[in-house]
Write a protein that binds this ligand. Structure first.
Ligand SMILES: Cc1ncc(COP(=O)(O)O)c(C=O)c1O
Length: 448
């Protein structure tokens, strides 16, 4: 069989709403041309993010009924901790309400002003949390990772030579930890190879610097290793994930991605003293260490979701359907980050709209047009998100897990191609309001 079907049946449905082009134009103006400010009800197909938007399984809903809501020492925490330890293998597991809470606690405890944190590419919240404690966030992705058309199979890899030079230049005592983001969201959802993980780990161990994973999409990364890296074809995604984590000392995790839940996250470490400090900060800001800002039922859903995300049938469908979207727009000339990433297709907005300079936000302009054309919400990852540091202007079409079918994806393809036909007439934007941190969430813009 050539067709890879969705490996699930649909038991509950949620209607989506059609709007007219006139209504969408009005809504976009009201939202100051920032799709984050659109009411979700006015969106037909929401590809803003794959984070917290997954459809949960019958098993997840079933175990939620078993949620133990005890304040301390709940059975649900034990199940959650057992699942996380079995997959990730770290000694301490600290639940948090989502990924950025884990980041905040990690960086607040491990970093100080003047420190430097290398990463393949920091995600926006990761960078903001590093900078918030006065440290410097340095991106060290391989050069191929910055070239949208380059088909390197592991474009999320860290440049190991650049890491060595950085350590030599600033000194190991200024680097409290090194991070690897799997898959590399801001760099196009591109995977990191096991070979690269081993090489980065060797450098870190030689300099006695802890290695942490930003593990949000660890299952998708494991599947790419299985598919693309020699020697892993017969390994299960779980075995691959296990080996990958064995080269590190801890992780931050947003379970809203490969935990297949709508809320939740955690922080892991093998460092006993750091874990104590982190738990104390957790108690101050998130909650007691056996719930960390989550309900018992949320912990139950994560414990099941982490395993479901590692199922091979699921991962095959997931990665194939993302690639399907990429292939069908790319074959008509739409420039995308190649090869397609795991959770999203990234359109190269500078290539799509070469007449709009980065300072006029080509990615934001394109995201607006996709909404106007077909009610599709996407997101800019570029100059609005990262300012002058942005080396690409991308529009991310992130695919929620187990939510949309192939016909939805076909509709997205048609919409992108309609916008592609009239790309010469699209104009850039300028900012009319920006916040100090993470400005893309709340920015106001208007056409130039
Ligand atoms: C790579 C990466 N790290 C961290 C986060 C932050 O996670 P959360 O949104 O749960 O705070 C995200 C979320 O999109 C992400 O993609």
């Amino acid at each position: 069989m050539r067709t890879i079907i969705e490996p699930f049946k649909i038991k509950t449905v949620e209607p989506i709403r059609w709007t007219t082009p006139e209504v969408r134009r009005l809504q976009l103006e009201r939202a100051h041309h920032n799709v984050f400010l659109l009411p979700a009800e006015e969106v037909l197909i929401d590809l803003l993010t794959d984070s917290g938007t997954a459809a949960m399984s019958t098993r997840q809903w079933a175990v939620m009924m078993e949620g133990d809501e005890s304040y301390a020492g709940s059975r649900s925490f034990q199940r959650f901790e057992t699942a996380v330890k079995a997959i990730f293998g770290y000694r301490h597991v600290i639940p948090t309400h989502q990924g950025r809470a884990a980041e905040r606690i990690l960086f607040a405890c491990a970093c100080k002003k003047g420190d430097v944190v290398p990463n393949n590419t920091h995600f926006d919240t990761t960078r903001a949390n590093v900078e918030y404690v006065g440290a410097e966030a340095v991106d060290l992705v391989i050069p191929e990772g910055k070239d949208p058309g380059n088909r390197h199979p592991f474009k999320g890899n860290m440049d190991v030579g650049a890491l060595e030079s950085l350590i030599e230049r600033v000194g190991r005592e200024k680097i409290p930890l090194v991070m690897l983001t799997v898959t590399n969201n801001s760099g196009g959802g591109q995977p990191v190879s096991m070979e690269n993980v081993r090489a980065v780990s060797r450098v870190c161990r030689r300099h006695r610097i802890p290695l942490y994973f930003d593990a949000c999409r660890f299952a998708e990364n494991a599947y790419f290793i299985k598919e693309r890296e020699p020697g892993f074809g017969d390994h299960s995604p779980e075995k691959i994930a296990h080996e990958m984590f064995s080269y590190g000392d801890g992780c931050t995790m947003s379970a809203k991605k490969d935990g297949l839940v709508n809320i939740g996250g955690f922080l892991c470490t093998n460092d006993d003293a750091l874990a104590r400090q982190e738990e104390n900060l957790l108690i101050l800001t998130e909650g007691y260490p056996t719930y960390g800002g989550l309900a018992g039922r949320d912990l139950e859903a994560i414990a099941v979701g982490l395993y479901e995300a590692l199922e091979e049938d699921y991962l095959r469908y997931r990665i194939t359907s993302t690639a399907y979207l990429g292939r069908h727009i790319a074959e008509h000339g739409v420039p995308i980050v190649q090869p397609p990433g795991g959770h999203a297709i990234y359109i190269d907005a500078r290539g799509f709209l070469p007449h709009i300079p980065p300072e006029e936000f080509p990615g934001v302009a394109l995201a607006g047009e996709l909404y106007l054309e077909g009610g599709i919400r996407s997101v800019e990852i570029g100059t609005l998100m990262f300012g002058e540091r942005a080396h690409m202007d991308l529009v991310r079409l992130a695919i929620p897990r187990r939510v949309y079918t192939q016909s939805h994806i076909d509709y997205v393809v048609e919409t992108v191609l309609e916008v592609w036909k009239r790309r010469d007439r699209i104009r850039g934007l300028k900012l009319t309001y920006e916040a100090q941190f993470l400005r893309h969430f709340t920015a106001h813009l208007k056409p130039v």
